[in-house]
Structures are given as structure tokens and as C-alpha cells.
Design a protein around this ligand. Structure first.
Ligand code: PHE
Length: 343
């Protein structure tokens, strides 16, 4: 009996020593000490022994049980500890390093100042019933010039030189090119606006850029006059500057309007007293505008005896430059993130 007990002990200790996983420890515990375990078998058979033997074997069994239990517990603790140190050695991280990109603070992107202003103007004009149109950046000569009452060889073409393609198309010089595309399709009365990127063949400097942004506007109806134009312009400026703005018209020449005007607004920086931004004049040049030339209405299939309208074209870059005190138009296209981050 004693021999048997010693064998169980030896076997159990060997198993425990050679185990490498926590699960194995539990298996051994069941195998030796469990309800049907090796040692339990012995304890169960104690009943058949003489009282003296029972005492001796019982004592011995309990001793062995204790030894095995202790060995199991010790091994369990050892494996748990080494498990942790294994994880620690395999999966350690250097907390002093920069966090990975995915967990770094993410800055959300936002719109370019040109887009911000464009969308603002779109909101103002659509609230007054203007619908938004789009057109191609590479245009035909017809839509950019001819249909706008600027025939071939007309000196007015020199006012807007641009980039030509080999097949005689061009990069549009103004959003006015969208006018005819629009009115060919839409029946009067209508109010349309057309934002977009335009191009000119310019020697660039602080106030000239070969690529810039405009918003075109047009209203056609019965008896549309300059007062409608002035009202809409005042509303647009009020929307942008959040206060009443005075405007004035000066005669200006654009072949597609008659009469044509340059529209100025009172300088928002000095309130009209004269400052550096308005070049001491108290006024800021804002846009070209006028009553649509009958030839343009005709080109769009509209009878000028029945309908009249106004049109305007404003530059977005200059407007933002004035608002934000930007001294060089080339910043807009520079791609310099430090410039963009100021908006
Ligand atoms: N297209 C003109 C320009 O780019 C502006 C303009 C638009 C003037 C509409 C009058 C009417 O200079």
C-alpha cells in the first residue's frame, strides 16, 4: 500500500514538474485528486483495512495529498508568473514613443477659404431664388466670346487673353461663359448663378493670378432694371459682411452688358473715410455688372423686346483678400498649409 502511495506521489510530482501549461495543472489535479483520481481510489479502499493499517495509510495518504496539492499550487503560481513575463517580453510597448498615427489626435480637414466664401454666396443667392449652374472650364470660343457679343477680331478680346488649346478651344476667361449655356436651356423668367474657376494669360504678381474664382449672376424677367441689380448686390454684401453696405456704380465697359458698370462698395475697414485697403478712396471695387445686352439675350434664344435682365460677375479672391487683409493673391494657389490654416 505504502509503495503504491509512493508511486502515485512520484508520478504526480513528475507530471507536475514537466507541465508547461496551466491547463495541464488542472488536468493533473483531476487525475490524481479528483473524484475518480488515483489517490481518491486509495482513500476509498481504506475501509477494507485493519484499524492500525487504516491509521498509517490514512495518515500517509493525507501527507501525500498535501504534498501534491502544494506542488500543484506552486507550479500553478510559477506558470502564471512566467506567463505574464512572457507576455511582457513579447508584447511590450515603449510608452515614451509617439503614439501610432491612428491614435494621434486627428485634425479634421475643412474647406479652402475660396470654397467657404463661394458657399456663403451660394446660400445668399439661392435664398433669393437663384439657381446654381455649372459649366466646363475648357470652353469653346463661342460660349466664352462670340455669344457674349465679342466677335472674332473685336478689340475687346484683348481684355481677356487666355490659354488656347490646339483645336481652338480655350480655358474660360470668366464665368460669363456659363450664361449662354444656361439661358439656352432655361426659359425666362429666371435667376441663375454660376460659380467657377477661370483663367487668364497673366503676368502674375501680388494682385494678378492666372487662375482665380468668380461667381456669375443673372436675372431675366419683365422690366428688370438697374434698381433690381443694386438691391441684389446690396443683399449679397449684407449677407457677407453682416451689416448694411453702401454701393455705387461707375460706368464700365463689358461687351455683353449695356449699360455696363463697375460696382464698388463702401470700404468696410475704414467705413468710407479712406485707408490703405481702399487706397484712400473710401470705396472698394467689387464687380462688373450691367443690363444684359440684347445680342446676348438673342444668342440665348430670348426676345429682348419682351424680356430684360441684369448680369454681374464678381471675383472671389479679391473679396477675400480685402476681408482678411491678404496682401498677395498667389497665396490662394500656393498649396501652403500655413496660409490655409489661418481660415
Ligand atoms: N465677366 C466679366 C469679367 O470677368 C464680369 C462681368 C460679368 C461684367 C457680368 C458684367 C456682367 O470681367
Amino acid at each position: 500500500m505504502e509503495e503504491k502511495l509512493n508511486k502515485i506521489k512520484q508520478e504526480a510530482i513528475e507530471l507536475i514538474n514537466s507541465s508547461k501549461l496551466l491547463d495541464e495543472i488542472e488536468e493533473i489535479r483531476v487525475k490524481v485528486l479528483g473524484r475518480k483520481g488515483m489517490l481518491t481510489d486509495i482513500l476509498r479502499s481504506l475501509g477494507q483495512l485493519t484499524p492500525e493499517l487504516k491509521n498509517v495509510v490514512g495518515k500517509k495518504s493525507n501527507e501525500i495529498k498535501k504534498i501534491i496539492e502544494d506542488a500543484l499550487d506552486a507550479k500553478k503560481e510559477e506558470l502564471t508568473k512566467s506567463g505574464f513575463s512572457e507576455i511582457a517580453s513579447k508584447e511590450w510597448i515603449d510608452v515614451t514613443l509617439n503614439p501610432p498615427v491612428s491614435t494621434r489626435e486627428r485634425k479634421s480637414g475643412y474647406l479652402h477659404p475660396i470654397s467657404q466664401t463661394q458657399y456663403e454666396i451660394e446660400d445668399i443667392l439661392t435664398s433669393m431664388g437663384f439657381q446654381i449652374l455649372d459649366g466646363p472650364e475648357a470652353e469653346t470660343e463661342y460660349y466664352n466670346f462670340e455669344a457674349l457679343n465679342i466677335p472674332k477680331f473685336h478689340p475687346a478680346r484683348d481684355m481677356q487673353d487666355t490659354f488656347w488649346t490646339e483645336d481652338n478651344n480655350l480655358l474660360r476667361t470668366h464665368t460669363s461663359a456659363i450664361q449662354i449655356r444656361g439661358i439656352e436651356k432655361i426659359k425666362p423668367p429666371f435667376r441663375i448663378m454660376a460659380p467657377g474657376r477661370v483663367f487668364r494669360y497673366e503676368a502674375t504678381d501680388a494682385s494678378h493670378e492666372h487662375t482665380f474664382y468668380q461667381v456669375e449672376g443673372m436675372m431675366v424677367g419683365k422690366d428688370i432694371s438697374i434698381s433690381h441689380l443694386i438691391y441684389v448686390m446690396e443683399e449679397v454684401l449684407k449677407g457677407i459682411f453682416k451689416k448694411d453696405v453702401k454701393v455705387r456704380l461707375r460706368p464700365g465697359y463689358f461687351p455683353f452688358v449695356e449699360p455696363g458698370f463697375e460696382l464698388d462698395f463702401s470700404c468696410m475697414i475704414c467705413g468710407g473715410d479712406g485707408c490703405r485697403v481702399c487706397k484712400q478712396s473710401g470705396w472698394i471695387e467689387f464687380l462688373g455688372c450691367g443690363l444684359i445686352h440684347p445680342n446676348v439675350l438673342r444668342a440665348g434664344g430670348i426676345d429682348p423686346d419682351e424680356w430684360s435682365g441684369f448680369a454681374f460677375g464678381m471675383g472671389l479672391n479679391r473679396l477675400i483678400m480685402m476681408q482678411a487683409g491678404i496682401n498677395d493673391i498667389r497665396h490662394f494657389m500656393s498649396g501652403d498649409i500655413r496660409f490655409i490654416h489661418q481660415f
